[in-house]
Design a protein around this ligand. Structure first.
Ligand code: G6P
Length: 366
């Protein structure tokens, strides 16, 4: 047992359980219930500037990139500004067009990832403006950026990211809300989202109560060599991060795919030997997701669903039910069971959870 992990056994597990408190810290003082908006003092953007840029481009590596994909969807959906997330490691080498009307956002837990830092410098060299979404106060990326948001997630020790990922997604919800309210979002919708954000810590605590059940499921799913993760739209980055967690700590091969694309190729991999973890929230794509589950079951594939309710028993083998919140914020909650699934799978397989082979907490070299 690792005594520094305060009875949790591992830092990864301790950090998973720290999430309600970490989310509370990141929200503190930043929400305005009366006007349904978010105050982010470090952005250094006037309301006029917040209204004027035409696109948002988010850049980060690993989990930071996937949290950025959740963020891009939130920004596009709420603020109605085109937004996307790209790996910083790719962006910096492809001579990207830097556009003065784009708001660039660099995401990093450590604030020291070299690919992300070099990306910020390259954008600034070409006249772009970059905000940071960073956990480590005073880190290289935080200092290099032209403003930004600190996560206040507290130190993250485990190599694989859990609470920083969740808190990054929460901070993107704050940024999306802020941008949306200086653009077109109504006060009522703003208030609805503020209430949804304030309810997150308690909802995360509820999900953490499912740990024994998830540990039991891990006993079964750790027997497979390959696991498919699928989700549609908001569920897509959740599936990608879930697969990354499993790869990093359990060394099982996990592949994430948009559920909509399964039939265009990866369905060939589905068999009784390759189970699927499916993200199936109660959203406008629910019926489409059930159709996909039917296609998997027809090939004898096992399905573990992360859902808001029990699903038809002929379509799933197991379901983890998470509390339903505001649909725009649901990706934040849907990913948490997958962290616990990866953790317990790795523990069962006897791996060094906090120090996975071949990986480093922050990659500060080329
Ligand atoms: C490393 C870690 C990942 C992390 C990525 C980005 O590759 O192993 O877990 O997501 O770096 O780290 P950052 O500190 O920039 O968020």
């Amino acid at each position: 047992p690792d005594y520094h992990a305060e009875g949790y056994g591992h830092f990864m597990r301790k950090e998973i359980h720290d999430q309600p408190a970490a989310v509370e810290r990141t929200l503190r003082g930043r929400l305005d219930e009366r006007f349904g908006t978010a105050h982010l003092g470090g952005l250094n953007l006037t309301p006029r500037e917040s209204r004027e840029f035409k696109r948002v481009k988010i850049l980060g590596c690993g989990s930071a990139h996937y949290a950025g994909q959740i963020g891009a969807q939130m920004i596009e959906e709420l603020a109605r500004v085109p937004a996307d997330s790209e790996p910083a490691s790719e962006f910096r080498y492809r001579n990207p067009l830097i556009d003065p009307e784009t708001l660039y956002v660099a995401v990093s837990q450590s604030g020291e990832t070299y690919d992300t830092l070099a990306t910020v410098q390259e954008i600034q060299r070409k006249g772009g403006r970059v905000l940071g979404v960073v956990n480590a106060v005073g880190s290289s990326i935080a200092r290099q950026c032209d403003g930004g948001i600190y996560l206040h997630a507290g130190p993250e020790i485990s190599v694989t990211s859990t609470k920083a990922f969740t808190v990054t997604a929460v901070d993107f919800a704050l940024l999306a809300l802020h941008l949306a309210r200086v653009r077109d979002l109504s006060p009522a919708d703003g208030q609805r989202l503020v209430r949804g954000l304030l309810a997150l810590p308690e909802r995360i605590s509820d999900i953490l109560q499912l740990e024994d059940r998830i540990a039991d499921l891990a006993k079964h799913y750790s027997n497979f060599q390959n696991v498919m993760f699928i989700g549609r739209v908001r569920g897509c980055p959740v599936a990608r991060e879930g697969a990354l967690k499993l790869k990093e700590v359990s060394y099982l091969h996990a592949e994430a795919y948009p559920a909509s694309e399964l039939k265009h190729g990866p369905l060939a991999l589905i068999s009784p030997e390759t189970p699927t973890v499916a993200i199936v929230p109660n959203d406008e794509l629910f019926d489409k997701n059930l159709t996909t589950l039917g296609e998997i079951k027809a090939r004898g594939g096992k399905v573990l669903a992360i859902a808001h309710q029990e699903l038809p028993s002929h379509l799933v083998d197991d379901t983890i039910i998470v509390p339903q919140g505001e649909p725009e914020l649901d990706p934040i909650l849907l990913g948490i069971p997958l962290q616990m699934l990866a953790y317990h799978t790795a523990v069962l397989l006897g791996h060094d959870v906090d120090h996975p082979r071949n990986l480093a907490k922050s990659v500060t070299v080329e």
